[in-house]
Design a binder for this molecule. Structure first.
Ligand SMILES: [Fe+2]
Ligand SMILES: [Fe+2]
Length: 259
């Protein structure tokens, strides 16, 4: 028996692309059943293309989601930045409260240091800085007002510790000695350095939050703290340290005499 190749078998043996190419004029010879098969193949092709497109679409969706996420992150970033700025301003005010407490605490401490100082130079330096410190308190109140904040003091543990250290020196050194002055100068310079660090930071923060007017006020105090620190160094180097070194020798001699 001679096997006749029917069009549908030809169809099954040929690549679908060939059959679907309308340019070859091949489809017109197919009966309805064969056309149905071709339609099915077309449907499958369409489905495959649709899946591919869906894939692309998914990709686009993924990219869109990714872009949306990025946009969201940007947006979040902006919110975070905004939040940070708000936090920074809050931090700035908190630090102002801290130094406000410290300055008020110092006005009383400097009066004690002035009375305890042995040399006139050091006593005067403490007296002058006490008056300046009163002014520092007033400037901080001005800054609070400029920020629309109530001037509130928050206990500064560091300053309390530094003032306590100065008090300890009074207890550990003889009244009227140069050594006491050396100790008081060191204690006072620790205080000044704390203030210099604080006002230096606050001045920069004021500029960062766009308050150059406040930075200018804080800068005045910063300069006075630096000048006081230099004055104390000068008194120590030119007076107190030298006198104290002589005291130490006298002390040793006294100890030797006692032996
Ligand atoms: Fe101060
Ligand atoms: Fe000071």
């Amino acid at each position: 028996m001679v096997h006749t190749v029917r069009p549908v078998e030809v169809f099954l043996q040929k690549p679908v692309e060939t059959l679907l190419n309308p340019g070859i004029g091949f489809l017109s010879s197919f009966n309805n059943h064969e056309v149905l098969i071709i339609n099915k193949q077309r449907a499958m092709e369409k489905s495959t293309r649709a899946k591919k497109n869906t894939g692309k679409s998914t990709g686009n969706t993924t990219r869109s989601t990714s872009n949306a996420k990025k946009a969201g992150m940007k947006e979040t970033g902006m919110k975070e930045k905004s939040s940070n700025q708000s936090m920074l301003e809050k931090f700035f005010v908190d630090e102002l409260k801290d130094i406000y407490w410290a300055e008020k605490h110092l006005t009383k401490a400097l009066t004690k240091l002035q009375k305890a100082a042995t040399s006139e130079d050091l006593g005067n330096a403490f007296a002058d800085h006490q008056a300046q410190t009163e002014e520092h308190v007033s400037r901080l109140e001005q800054v609070f007002e400029m920020l629309g904040e109530t001037a509130r003091a928050k206990k500064c543990e560091a300053m309390e510790g530094l003032v306590n250290e100065a008090q300890t020196i009074l207890e550990d050194t003889p009244k009227g000695s140069a050594t006491r002055d050396v100790g008081l100068i060191m204690a006072a310079q620790k205080v000044e350095h704390y203030e210099i660090a604080t006002y230096g930071g606050l001045t920069q923060l004021a500029k960062t939050i766009g308050r150059d007017d406040i930075a200018e006020i804080l800068m005045q105090t910063l300069e006075e703290e630096k000048e006081t620190d230099e004055l104390l160094s000068s008194i120590a180097e030119n007076n107190s340290n030298i006198n104290a070194s002589e005291e130490e020798e006298e002390g040793e001699e006294e100890e030797e005499e006692e032996e």
